[in-house]
Design a protein around this ligand. Structure first.
Ligand code: FES
Ligand code: MG
Length: 577
């Protein structure tokens, strides 16, 4: 690659003389662009994860139109291009399996094309981290516009939340309190507008995290997808990216260690998804920021949960928006000494300046630091012990307090399917104090680290009125899920983590206040079992699944590909002809 220079990189294409310049310009003109667009103005790529197969992102072409208006207004030249659209609800084995592929292909397209800055259009869970990781490894000026949440679900006069109510309805169905017909009707009531999940699931979390990192305009995370102000904000983002190119405000200037600390604390304050941990670790790896799993525990400890949203609370993103949205939370954190106030953002101003005038309109939805929805140290905890030497995670705000210190008999399953095959058996040997272990569901083992950790309880216990049990898994949990679930156990079973050595009947000791997770076995016994253990055979000899399973890192490292860590910059590649 050619040396990186400060000259606007699109000039290497459109400003070229002779055959080269003619080639670059002529074919673009087949879209009806006049010659003036090649006059040296900033060329802005709009990376869209639009797809009808990614329903949460299906309206992004409209968001892109709004962005383009802004880019033209500010004197830029906008060009929309597709990035891998990852729909959480459709993709198998998991959307997470493809997050790194999105990050890889979008990185390459940003660098290979004549772009001076990029706007990142995302929505559904993995599209936000995937595009951020891509942009971080290219290090051009970049601004994110998430697509916004769906309107509140409405069923029988009640608000119902994406995902969270799927788990609830399933439990009601299994317990015989809802009919299949009622559930079928309810599913249509849950998703009733464009947008991503409107609980504080992973999509809403990552949208808020992107805003807290400084990558979105203030308020951008919470406007509903169908709200006119989402489009106004998108237009503003289009104007802003042109200025960012002129200021050379690149993503590496925004994504500092301090920005990540702000994001971690914001995630605690919003009761955000555990998935944010994996994504932020991966993103930090792209920009060379030292971030560890333990940072998510120590930095979050002094932060109370301020936002009363499902799955931890009762409201939904629409309510959060009307209450003032994330700017209120960020203002409160800033004034409470819990943010790095001077951290620069895409506005060119600091995070504290951006949100200094935010006002709260509903204290039931966004509480104060003095009287929080949940006290400090009730968010995500990081556990260690002989069952998770490299860490595991539990979301306490979604767990049952009486199970946070618990000892029980392990009930071990080598896959979620193995568990589901017996979960409804009325004769299953299980009682509510047992600990359900689901393993070989990690990044490499599944592959793709599925959201299976919060398996539904055995039907016979549900019918008996049991609402929660301890579950332990090397996979993830949907951001909309709840329960006393220990997840992201690292190392995973498939690479020989101690989780692979547990047997049904072993005693498992969980002590969240002490941050420990143990199996009551001696080191000698664990070693003896390890000697007998054989790793599962590599199932793939070619294709993307082979690449993935050979190169994916563990959960505590962000589950990125080992070879994608770091930034590879935006130097202009050699000519193609
Ligand atoms: Fe797309 Fe939840 S399924 S955001
Ligand atoms: Mg999800």
């Amino acid at each position: 690659m050619a040396a990186q220079t400060n000259e606007r990189r699109s000039r290497a294409w459109f400003g070229a003389t002779g055959r080269t310049g003619m080639t670059h310009r002529s074919w673009m003109r087949n879209q009806g662009f006049g010659p003036d667009v090649f006059d040296g103005r900033p060329v802005i790529g709009i990376a869209t994860t639009w797809s009808e197969l990614a329903p949460c992102n299906a309206h992004l072409h409209r968001v892109a139109e709004a962005v383009k208006r802004g880019v033209w207004q500010a004197g830029g030249f906008p060009l929309e291009f597709p990035a891998l659209a990852l729909g959480e609800t459709m993709l198998r084995p998991t959307a997470m399996f493809y997050r790194n592929l999105l990050a890889m292909e979008a990185e390459e397209m940003m660098r290979a094309n004549p772009l001076d800055g990029v706007v990142l259009l995302s929505g559904c869970d993995k599209t936000t981290p995937g595009l951020l990781m891509a942009a971080a490894s290219v290090d051009l000026p970049a601004i994110m516009v998430t697509g916004g949440p769906m309107l509140n679900g409405k069923f029988r006069g009640q608000d119902i939340g994406s995902g969270t109510h799927v788990w609830k309805f399933e439990a009601e169905l299994k317990a015989g309190r809802m009919t299949p017909e009622e559930c079928f009707f309810a599913e249509g009531c849950m998703s009733r507008s464009n947008g991503h999940c409107m609980t504080m699931g992973t999509a809403s979390t990552m949208a808020c995290v992107a805003e807290a990192l400084g990558m979105q305009l203030p308020g951008s995370a919470t406007w509903p997808a169908v709200d006119a102000r989402r489009y106004e904000t998108a237009q503003e983002a289009g104007r802003r990216i042109v200025a960012m190119v002129e200021e050379d405000l690149r993503i590496s200037k925004i994504l500092t260690r301090e920005a990540f600390e702000n994001a971690i604390r914001t995630n605690a304050a919003i009761g955000g998804s555990t998935n944010a941990i994996v994504h932020l670790l991966a993103l930090a790896g792209r920009v060379g920021v030292e971030l560890t799993l333990d940072d998510f525990d120590t930095l979050a400890r002094p932060v109370p949960t301020l936002v009363n949203l499902m799955p931890s609370g009762k409201y939904l993103m629409e309510d959060f928006c009307y209450a003032g949205g994330l700017p209120v939370v960020l203002r409160q954190l800033a004034e409470g000494g819990l943010l790095h106030n001077d951290q620069i953002t895409v506005t060119g101003r600091s995070i504290a300046e951006n949100n200094a005038n935010a006002e709260c309109w509903n204290r039931d939805v966004i509480t104060t630091l003095e009287e929080p929805f949940q006290p400090p140290d009730t968010g995500t905890a990081v556990l260690r012990g002989n069952l998770a030497p490299n860490g595991a995670v539990i979301k306490r705000s979604a767990a049952s307090p009486h199970l946070l210190k618990h000892e029980g008999r392990a009930l071990v399953f080598d896959s979620p399917e193995e568990y589901h095959a017996v979960a409804d058996d009325p004769d299953l040997d299980v009682d509510p104090t047992d600990v359900i272990v689901i393993r070989y569901a990690g990044p490499k083992g599944y592959p793709g680290m599925p959201e299976v950790s919060n398996v539904p309880l055995p039907a016979k216990l549900l019918k008996a009125g049991v609402t929660d049990m301890v579950r332990i898994c090397d996979g993830r949990m949907s951001g909309t899920g709840y329960g006393t679930v220990v997840l992201h156990v690292s190392p995973e079973a498939a690479v020989g983590g101690p989780l692979a050595l547990v047997r049904t009947g072993d005693r498992i000791i969980l002590d969240v206040p002490a941050r420990t997770l143990h199996v009551d076995l001696s080191d000698e016994e664990l070693e003896r079992r390890r000697a007998e253990w054989t790793p599962p055979p590599q199932r793939y000899t070619s294709g993307y699944a082979w690449l993935y399973t050979e190169h994916v890192t563990q959960a505590h490292e962000g589950a990125d590909f080992d070879f994608l860590r770091g930034s590879r910059g935006h130097a202009v590649p050699r000519e193609s002809h």
